[in-house]
Design a protein around this ligand. Structure first.
Ligand code: ZN
Ligand code: ZN
Ligand code: ZN
Length: 173
C-alpha cells in the first residue's frame, strides 16, 4: 500500500515539475517573441528592413549592458560573415539606431541610441564611462555633453567624452 502511495505522490510531483517547466518554457518563448517584435518595430521606425540577422543583432545590443565591438558580434554570431556584421552596424549607425563610441582603447564600440535620439550634437550626445580593468564601456545617458562655447567661426559636429576609471563590478571585487 505504502509503495503505491509513494508512486502516486511521485507522479504528482513530476506532473507539477513538468507544468512548472512548461510554464517557464512558454514564458521564455513569449518573452523572446516580444523582444523580437520590439526589435522589429524599432528597426522599422528607423526605416530599416527588419531581416532576421538585423533583429538578432538589435536584440543582442538591447540585451547588453555595455557597448559592443565588432568582435563581440563575431563571437555571438560565429556562423556569420564579419562583413555582414560590420555592414549591419554601419546601417544601424547611419539610421541612428546605434552610436559609435571611441573609448580610447582603439577598438570602436557601438551602443543602442535612446528611442528618440537623432545623434544631434547639442541634444543627444552623452558621456561614456570606460573601465580600465574590464575594458567595458557604458553609456551615461543621463549625462549629456555640456554645451561648449566654441570660438567664433567654429562649428561642432561630434564629440567623444569618455570618463575613465573603475566600474562598479570591478570596484566590488
Ligand atoms: Zn543616437
Ligand atoms: Zn570594470
Ligand atoms: Zn552611448
Amino acid at each position: 500500500m505504502r509503495s503505491i502511495f509513494l508512486l502516486e505522490e511521485l507522479k504528482l510531483f513530476q506532473a507539477n515539475e513538468l507544468v512548472t517547466f512548461i510554464n517557464r518554457l512558454v514564458d521564455l518563448i513569449t518573452k523572446n517573441m516580444l523582444h523580437s517584435i520590439e526589435a522589429e518595430k524599432s528597426l522599422e521606425a528607423k526605416e530599416i528592413r527588419p531581416t532576421a540577422m538585423r533583429i538578432l543583432i538589435y536584440k543582442l545590443l538591447n540585451k547588453s549592458n555595455k557597448a559592443l565591438a565588432l568582435s563581440d558580434l563575431e563571437n555571438a554570431f560565429s556562423n556569420s560573415e564579419r562583413t555582414t556584421l560590420f555592414r549591419t552596424l554601419k546601417t544601424f549607425e547611419e539610421k541612428g539606431v546605434v552610436h559609435q563610441i571611441q573609448d580610447g582603447s582603439g577598438i570602436l564600440k557601438y551602443a543602442l541610441c535612446e528611442p528618440n535620439c537623432n545623434c544631434e550634437f547639442d541634444r543627444d550626445l552623452h558621456l561614456h564611462f570606460h573601465c580600465t580593468i574590464c575594458e567595458d564601456t557604458v553609456c551615461l545617458t543621463d549625462h549629456k555633453i555640456p554645451h561648449i562655447n566654441l570660438p567664433e567661426g567654429y562649428k561642432a559636429e561630434d564629440a567623444n567624452l569618455v570618463i575613465k576609471g573603475i566600474c562598479k563590478k570591478c570596484n566590488t571585487v
